[in-house]
Ligand binder design. Structure first.
Ligand code: HSE
Length: 298
């Protein structure tokens, strides 16, 4: 029996929630085909769309599945095929999609020894391989859907949050590859108290806005005094692009995950479409190549 799954792209950090907040995109993602084999090995048998490591322990999906099987003491083998649509190093959770997708499918084929939430730590092993850090802010929403908050890493505690129904996101990916490992290595390891105060004020308000469907509050809360000033330097015309998005009605704008993709949160499809068009025109004028997505959060 082979199963086919959609492994969604995700948007991590959401400005004020570095490493703790993420949400799941509705219509951007990879397709994966997974089946049991009888050779007692986890094999990556085919990857189309991107050139990625095929050796099991060098592949995020392979490592995540291996972690799951070790936990069960299982020697069952699996063959994994990935049609990769998310570009690695784009900042929309490419590695997370593969890791989360693989453990989700394997859990299904094993008749669900784990709940979806229990799969998060296994998928995090894929993130450890990809970025040197087992962050959960992409894999948790990839598995659970919607918005998710990582309340604690040790022990791991993930909280699911509601998605305001009219929320839309526009994602622009400047076609440069930025490895999470590299965009983490430039971050400072300490923060000023006044910046921390602003960050947790924003994060608390953003969570409240998700529950109350207060789109304006959500927009004001998409602010980041700590990470964005450092990482935005790597993104062409970041400040101008932000201005363009906000002037055309976006609620808020920031870096998607570790970049270089950027996101604009919008209320409703009409605003999202005009924000998308304005961002597109701006980058075309600057002569920069990019991909563009517009999605719901589910
Ligand atoms: N929270 C992670 C980071 C997400 O910003 O490095 C990486 O996709």
């Amino acid at each position: 029996e082979e199963i086919k799954i959609f492994a969604p792209a995700t948007l991590a950090n959401l400005s004020c929630g570095f490493d703790v907040l993420g949400c799941c995109l509705d219509n951007v993602g990879d397709e994966m085909y997974i089946k049991k084999n009888n050779v007692n090995q986890v094999r990556i048998t085919r990857i189309t769309g991107q050139v990625l490591p095929m050796e099991t322990l060098n592949n995020v999906a392979g490592v995540a599945v291996q972690a799951l099987l070790e936990n069960l003491n299982s020697t069952q083998g699996f063959d994994i095929e990935i049609d990769k649509h998310i570009k690695p190093g784009s900042g929309i959770g490419s590695s997370a999609a593969s890791s989360a997708g693989a453990v989700y499918a394997v859990n299904k084929l094993l008749e669900e020894p784990f709940t979806i939430k229990e799969l998060i730590p296994f998928a995090m092993e894929g993130e450890r391989l990809a970025s040197g850090n087992a962050h959960a802010d992409n894999v948790a929403p990839a598995l659970m859907g919607g918005f998710n908050l990582v309340r604690s890493y040790q022990p791991l505690e993930v909280v699911s949050l509601p998605s305001p129904p009219q929320l839309r996101v526009v994602i622009l990916h400047p076609l440069i590859e930025l490895k999470t490992k590299d965009s983490r290595s430039i971050l400072k390891q300490s923060v000023y108290l006044k910046d921390a105060v602003s960050q947790w004020g924003n994060l608390g308000a953003l969570i409240s806005a998700l529950y109350t469907e207060d789109y304006e509050l959500l927009g004001r809360s998409l602010e980041d005094k700590i990470i964005e000033p450092v990482r935005s330097i790597l993104i062409p015309f970041f400040d101008d692009l932000k201005k363009v998005a906000l002037e055309n009605g976006a609620l808020g704008f920031g870096i998607s995950g570790s970049g270089p993709s950027v996101f604009a949160m919008c209320k409703g499809d009409t605003v999202a479409a005009s924000v998308k068009e304005a961002m597109q025109l701006f980058y075309q004028e600057k002569g920069i190549d990019f991909d563009l997505h517009q999605s719901e959060i589910n």
